[in-house]
Structures are given as C-alpha cells and as structure tokens.
Design a protein around this ligand. Structure first.
Ligand code: FE2
Ligand code: FE2
Length: 145
C-alpha cells in the first residue's frame, strides 16, 4: 500500500480528470456526476478520519482552514446537485465547484503535505495509507445509501 500522500494525490488527479470530462463531454455527464458525488465526499471524509485527525493537534491552524474548505466544497456540491444539466446555470455552477475544489487541492498538496512530511514519519505515512483506503470504502458504503 503506498503512503497516504500518494493516495491523496491520486484521488485529486482522478477528480481533476472527472471535471475535465464533465466540462468537455456532455454524453458522459450522467455517469461522471454519479462518480463525482461518490468520490469527492468519500475522499474528504477519509482525509478527515486519517491525515487531518493525526495533524490536528500539531498544526491546528492549517487543519481548521482545511476543514473550513471541506465545508465550502460540500455546500457548493450540494448547490450544484440541485441544478438540472439542461439548465443554463449548470456549467457556471460546475466551474464554480471546480474552482473551489482545485483551490483546496492546491493548498492541500502545498501546505498540508509539507506539514505532514514535517510531523509524520515514514511508517506513520504508510500506516495512514492503509487506514485511508479502508475509510474510503466505509464512506462509499455510507454515501451510497
Ligand atoms: Fe481535503
Ligand atoms: Fe484532498
């Protein structure tokens, strides 16, 4: 199992690719929306249960800011989900969601990853990688219901 920061980056790349597809290919939008609704909340839930939980005491400011960004992403996703694809507001809402998500990914891959490498050892990062995978499976079960 790779270490947690690699798994998080893989998820980010997958979600970025989903946004590319949603913007450019109308024919696959139904299925990509379903995937986004599963992957994005599952990813954030697993981060909170693993990396954030381990860093919260050591770098409270960064983690508080990241949690606020998760809340903003969840709220923006909830608003996006209410807009039908044929509505003129759909694409601007998608772009808005993407901007929020990409800004969060950038601060995570920058500042949060740097703090994680500073405060967590190699064995911690690998152990958290295993937990991250399990938490995502648990979250997918919960979100699917
Ligand atoms: Fe995050
Ligand atoms: Fe993330």
């Amino acid at each position: 199992m790779p270490q947690i920061l690699e798994l998080i980056r893989e998820d980010h790349d997958l979600i970025r690719a989903l946004f590319d597809e949603l913007e450019s290919n109308p024919e696959t939008r139904d299925v990509r929306c379903i995937t986004l609704r599963r992957e994005l909340p599952g990813h954030m839930y697993a981060e909170e249960a693993t990396l954030y939980a381990h860093l919260r005491e050591r770098v409270p400011e960064e983690i508080r800011r990241s949690l606020d960004e998760h809340t903003e992403v969840r709220e923006t996703l909830a608003r996006f989900e209410t807009i039908p694809q044929r509505d003129d507001a759909w694409m601007p809402a998608l772009v808005d969601l993407r901007e929020r998500v990409e800004a969060h990914f950038a601060s995570e891959e920058g500042e949060v990853f740097a703090r994680a490498e500073e405060h967590l050892g190699r064995s911690d990062l690998f152990a958290l990688g295993e937990t991250f995978g399990r938490e995502k499976v648990a979250a997918a079960r919960y979100i699917a219901v």
